[in-house]
Design a protein around this ligand. Structure first.
Ligand code: KIV
Length: 291
């Protein structure tokens, strides 16, 4: 899945599907499901690390997760999310950091949160041949400036500002644009007025695509149920039930039964040859990195 293909999808009216992923197993799950884009989001700070915002996440941490996701992905486009202060200090530092997501992380593009103010930086990164996905509206890295995770663009003036942000990042060369936490009609207006694909989260149905945090989509965040999240599974409840069954069987001595054991030592004078050793875990050798 390439940048030109994603742009063509907008022209053809084919909706783009995107989800976050943070490791190779989830990447494989979503890649097998036919997802177009896997975002290694700085949301990992909240769902993987248990922080209460995305602010503590570092470039090295996102790159670590990018590498894992790239290994589990065959078809989808992998995007590395630039964390807080990795691009804001200077365009040159932003370019150096952006490059690392591709050269070390195996991503194919980067995402950064910002509008008019980020435009010169986006231009610099794009000129170096690194595709940039922009992100406007509710930008979680500005949580303190926004006074919390609040819907943006709710008044006419505020909506104009979000529209200006969207147009500025499109002019700067971003290839796509996440619209987060904005009213439905504003997201439609932006989608109609910019020629790059818009990908919505809490932005209604008129965007060119949609993104969800994978833990939300799969029902792994029991204490959190924002209005815009639809849970397509209840993995947390199923996981707790499975773990209880495991605990009960271990306590009862019914696991592992013979079916899950390697039998007894065979009495033999010759040592076992390597080919007669049982295969303990099947290495998924054919499921390696792309390329
Ligand atoms: O970090 C993230 O997961 C994101 C998505 C919510 C778009 O930025």
């Amino acid at each position: 899945m390439t940048v030109p293909r994603l742009r063509k999808m907008k022209r053809e009216g084919t909706r783009i599907t995107m989800v976050t992923a943070y490791d190779a197993t989830f990447a494989r799950l979503f890649d097998d499901a036919g997802m177009d884009i896997l975002l290694v989001g700085d949301s990992l700070g909240m769902v993987v690390q248990g922080q209460d915002s995305t602010l503590p996440v570092t470039v090295d941490e996102v790159i670590y997760h990018c590498r894992a996701v790239a290994r589990g992905t065959r078809r989808a486009h992998v995007v590395g999310d630039m964390p807080f202060l990795s691009w804001q200090v200077s365009p040159e530092q932003a370019l150096t950091n952006a490059g690392r997501f591709l050269s070390e992380g195996g991503a194919q593009s980067v995402k950064l949160e910002g509008g008019v103010d980020a435009a010169p930086t986006i231009e610099r990164i794009v000129r170096a041949g690194i595709p940039v996905m922009a992100h406007v509206g509710l930008t979680p890295q500005s949580v303190h400036a926004m006074g919390g995770f609040r819907v943006q663009g709710k008044t006419e003036d505020a909506a104009e500002r979000v529209l200006d942000d969207a147009k500025a990042v499109a002019r700067a060369g971003a290839y796509s644009l996440v619209l987060e936490g904005i009213p439905t009609d504003l997201a439609k207006r932006i989608t109609d007025e910019v020629d790059i694909p818009t990908i919505g989260i809490g932005a209604g149905p008129h965007c060119d695509g949609q993104v969800l945090v994978c833990y939300d989509l799969l029902g792994l965040t029991p204490d959190l149920k924002p209005k815009f999240v639809k849970r397509y599974a209840e993995f947390f409840d199923e996981g707790v039930a499975a773990a209880r069954r495991y605990r009960d069987e271990v306590r009862a001595g019914t696991f592992p039964s013979e079916e899950y054991s390697f039998g007894n030592v065979k009495k033999s004078e010759t040592p076992a040859s390597p080919s007669s050793l049982s295969l303990v875990r099947d290495p998924r050798a054919s499921y390696g990195p792309k390329g």
